[in-house]
Structure formats: C-alpha cells, structure tokens
Design a protein around this ligand. Structure first.
Ligand code: SIN
Length: 289
C-alpha cells in the first residue's frame, strides 16, 4: 500500500489533500503526512492517527513543533497518562512526561529489545515520543511487530504456548539505574513480580502477539529454569529478524506513537559525543489476556 488520500476536514494544520499514510515495511510502521499537531486537531484527525496506529503498530509524524501541553493533551486521547514519577526520568516539571536525555556517553534507555514496563500488572498500552534534540547521526529507534514475531512460530509451538504464562519483574532495570547517578532513580524499586500470558490477544484488533521480552520477563511458569530459559531465548529471537522490524531515523520535532501491546522497540546507542533529548508520555493499559 502506498500513499492513500483520506477524507478529513480542514483545520489550520491540516490540508486534507495532503494527508496520507505511507506504510513503511511489510510488518510494521507507517508515516503520516500532512498533519501539523502543533496547530491543533479534531476527532477526525485523531481517528486517522488512531486507526493507523491500530493497523501498523507504530506511526511517525515529522515536523511537529508542539508544546509539552499539546503532547500531553493529545496523549490523553489514547488513555490516561501513566505517572512518570514512578520512572527515573521525571525532571520535576510535568508529572506525566518523562524526559529521556543523553549525551551519548551515559547509560542509554532502551538499547535492548523490550516492551515498556511489562513489570506492571497492567503495562502501558503505548507511548507518544517527541524528539527535541537529535545527534548529527545515530540514535535511531527500531520497532518490531510482536504479531509478526508470533506469526513466525510453527503451529505446534503456537499450540504449546496457548494458556502459558511467564513472570515479569523490574529487577534488571532497577539494578541498571541504581548504579547510574546521571539518571534519577527516585521511586524505582524492584516491584513485586507479575504474571502475564506469553501470547496476548490485542484488545482492539484481536490479533495474537508474543508478550515476553528480555528486560522484564524472568521465567516461564510451570517450567524448570533451563527449559524456560531456552524457550524464552528462542522467543526473544523472533523480534530480531529484520522482516519483523521498522527503523526510524529521527529529526528534531519527529513524533513516534507506538502500541506497546503488539510491538517491542530498541533505541540504538551509537551517538557518543552528541546530545539526544526526547519527551515521552506513556499511556496506561489493561491487564493482558
Ligand atoms: C524508550 O525505550 O521508550 C525510548 C525510545 C527512544 O529513546 O528512542
């Protein structure tokens, strides 16, 4: 599918003739053109973005010079923002906005494949990430479709995973941040463990998605350590195939909106000597089933 014109009304930041969704890969990701969220939006514009998000798992918009308040207001259309003071990136101003800032030499957030916060009983449904400052090169982010990751598995494997669960916790992340003074660590403690299905059903699309990741998943319920580890490692591999992925080259004022229920992502750490600054709002989600 290439560019497709969409029938939406006229707003200062929207030229209906130019609004288009360009699919980026076979499995995941689309770029939305012709919308300037800094000039406002209406229900129709939100629906275009929401529908594209449900279809493609992650959507990108460029040249979005919106304010933090606008980012927050837009994010609230997706659901309740998750309280960022629980995270280590609260800069003391916006309670629901995480500031991800790096000069390329510090610990980078997310340079490993992961869903966000599957250590929560109800992990975030997604996030809205806005780039303020970007390195001259590097600092891309990759997303992988966990629908596509699931679809790669054989029928007997899919059958075996039916009804199986895994334990998730925050211990790896907590250990990383307690040794890093440059990132805030208030409130970040090893939470209680939670149990999630290994394969979840997306509440909107009803598609099945793999729901284990190497950051938060600890063990498979009902399996011994070796057996469970081998299974998890095989499942983690499924998001590493380029066929499941899209890679986004950021510019200042780019926006990525992703669905955390059917994607994992990886922030590439290859920009030593440059600054990279992002603002992120996470949206509360439902308990996976
Ligand atoms: C994240 O893992 O949420 C951060 C992604 C990024 O900085 O590109």
């Amino acid at each position: 599918m290439g560019m497709e014109n969409l029938a939406i009304g006229s707003l200062p930041g929207v030229n209906p003739e130019q609004v288009a969704i360009r699919r980026l890969t076979g499995a995941i990701g689309a770029e939305i053109k012709g919308i300037d969220l800094g000039q406002g939006w209406d229900d129709a514009v939100f629906k275009v973005i929401y529908d594209a998000l449900m279809e493609h798992g992650v959507v990108f918009l460029r040249d979005q010079s919106w304010t933090v308040d606008q980012q927050l207001e837009f994010s609230k259309l997706l659901g309740s923002p998750a309280f960022s003071k629980k995270l280590p990136f609260y800069d003391g101003t916006y309670e629901y906005v995480s500031v991800l800032e790096n000069d390329g030499t510090q610990l980078v957030v997310g340079d490993v494949w992961h869903n966000d916060n599957t250590d929560w009983v109800s992990p975030p449904m997604g996030a809205v990430l806005h780039s303020e400052e970007m390195p001259e090169y590097g600092g891309d982010t990759l997303w992988a479709s966990t629908y596509a990751a699931y679809d790669r598995l054989s029928a007997p494997m899919k059958q075996m995973l039916e009804g199986m669960t895994a334990i998730h916790d925050n211990s790896v992340v907590a250990a990383m941040y307690s040794s890093t003074k440059s990132l805030r660590s208030d409130g970040l403690q090893a939470d209680e463990t939670v149990e999630h299905p290994i394969v979840r059903t997306h509440p909107v699309t009803k598609r099945k998605a793999l729901f284990v990741n190497s950051v938060y998943t600890r063990r498979v319920v009902g399996m011994g350590a070796d057996e469970g580890k081998a299974l998890l490692e095989m499942l983690y591999e499924q998001v590493k195939y380029p066929e499941t992925q899209v890679r986004f080259r950021w510019e200042p004022n780019s926006v990525a909106i992703w669905d955390n229920r059917c994607t994992q992502h990886y922030a590439v750490s290859d920009y030593a000597g440059f600054r990279r600054k992002m603002r992120r709002v996470q949206i509360e989600g439902d308990r996976p089933f």
